[in-house]
Write a protein that binds this ligand. Structure first.
Ligand SMILES: [Zn+2]
Length: 257
């Protein structure tokens, strides 16, 4: 497994030019960060700036062997870019799907290795969950997630601060939750998304549920009809496009941490 130290050193150029860190990146970069970043809780955000017409679709818990590729087809057809908060053990199992996501312009975020309540773990346990996931993504696509979405949104402020400092990963929550995991049916998922989305929205869904994926054509076309444009999470937060970061990661196969 790669140590994070190696990854930080290795990706120093990307970090410096990408403005990835709320603290260190802010002074040096000209990107405009959303207000959350500069205010009470700079380590976690729920939405992008509520101006313009950008929204971010996020899909958690995958990749799923059949549903995720079907979703990728839908996104590709509409030229929509999204963010996938993958579970590490699924990423390790389906590296080809991770690769396809990246090839098609999507962003990969970290959703932990085994989907625990991170808020119940100590620092060491949290870091193991995150690093193992980043490692699996790295093995698939030679890049690492730069944002975290904690399973169930369960993370203490202290943990979010620690992770932002120690792993340069801000915590990304959401502003629109159609509660698709309760499986209310495709039409309900689609209408909740359409009714609740405004500029800057970060929309939470799960690509492991068939009704959610079936809801996407209606939801996505509806949002496009209303004039929204889709961005990845990094882009909606005014950061550099994750897919364009210049990664300089170590080409080591078996370093142990
Ligand atoms: Zn989840």
């Amino acid at each position: 497994m790669f140590t994070r130290r190696n990854l930080i050193v290795g990706s120093g150029a990307a970090l410096a030019c990408g403005g990835l860190m709320p603290a260190a990146g802010l002074a040096a970069s000209s990107v405009s960060l959303p207000e959350d970043f500069a205010s009470a809780r700079p380590d976690a955000v729920k939405a992008g700036p509520a101006r313009g017409n950008l929204v971010a679709m996020t899909f958690d818990d995958g990749p799923h062997p059949t549903l995720t590729p079907a979703l990728l087809d839908m996104l590709k057809e509409r030229r929509i870019r999204a963010t996938f908060y993958v579970i590490g053990r699924n990423a390790a199992r389906y590296p080809d799907i991770i690769k396809r996501m990246v090839d098609e312009g999507h962003e990969i975020g970290n959703h932990s290795w085994s989907h625990p309540f991170l808020s119940r773990l100590g620092s060491g346990g949290v870091l193991r969950e995150l690093d193992r996931t980043s490692d699996a993504v790295y093995k698939a696509v030679q890049r690492i997630p730069t944002t975290l979405r904690p399973p169930y949104g369960a993370l203490t402020d202290r943990q979010a601060h620690f992770i932002a400092k120690d792993r340069e990963m801000p915590t990304i929550l959401w502003s629109v939750d159609p509660e698709d995991w309760r499986r209310p049916g495709s039409s309900v998922v689609a209408s909740r998304i359409l009714n609740r989305t405004g500029p800057g929205a970060i929309i939470l869904t799960h690509d492991i549920h068939a009704p959610t994926v079936r809801a996407m054509p209606t939801a996505l076309d509806g949002l496009l009809d209303r004039g929204f444009e889709f961005a990845t999470v990094s882009m909606i937060l005014g950061r550099r496009d994750w897919s364009k970061l210049r990664w300089r990661l170590p080409q080591v196969a078996d370093a142990t941490s």
